[in-house]
Write a protein that binds this ligand. Structure first.
Ligand SMILES: [Zn+2]
Length: 142
């Protein structure tokens, strides 16, 4: 079925966790205990490459927030591209997620990058949190 609208569908929020020693067993926003869930992530790598990663992430069902460790994802991207991790840093953007069946089709080469982009769920929002001794606060509320 062709879609009527070409604007991207939106789903989930995203937080790229830069803190190596913080696992976020609780959501930094609402303090709900986070769950572990696998998401097929769509990552854009400069200059023009799409990379897919079916990755276990921390997930807050309340905020629909996906939390991914920066160090982990950079390591996996670098391994997937056969490049040292330092060449990946600041050259990628985790854009959204795709359905598992679309991820499988993409891996088999059955979907073109253009088709994947039209099926992708772009993140509603990218959040950022900073650590201060008393707890976690969204960085825009400093
Ligand atoms: Zn939450």
């Amino acid at each position: 079925m062709p879609r009527k609208k070409s604007s991207p569908q939106k789903k989930h929020r995203f937080f790229l966790n830069p803190y190596i020693d913080c696992a976020f067993t609780k959501c930094p926003k609402c303090e709900t205990k986070t769950k572990i869930r696998k998401f097929p992530l769509v990552i854009h790598i400069e200059p023009q490459q799409l990379f897919f990663l079916n990755k276990k992430c921390k997930y807050c069902t309340n905020c629909e927030l996906i939390i991914v460790k920066k160090q982990e994802i950079e390591f996996l991207i670098a391994a997937g591209l056969n490049q040292p991790p330092e060449t990946i840093e600041n050259k990628y953007l985790v854009m959204g997620t795709i359905e598992r069946k679309d991820w499988q089709a993409a891996n088999k080469g059955l979907l073109s990058p253009q088709e994947i982009i039209t099926r992708m769920y772009v993140f509603k929002d990218q959040w950022d949190f900073e650590v201060i001794p008393a707890g976690w606060y969204p960085s825009e509320e400093k």
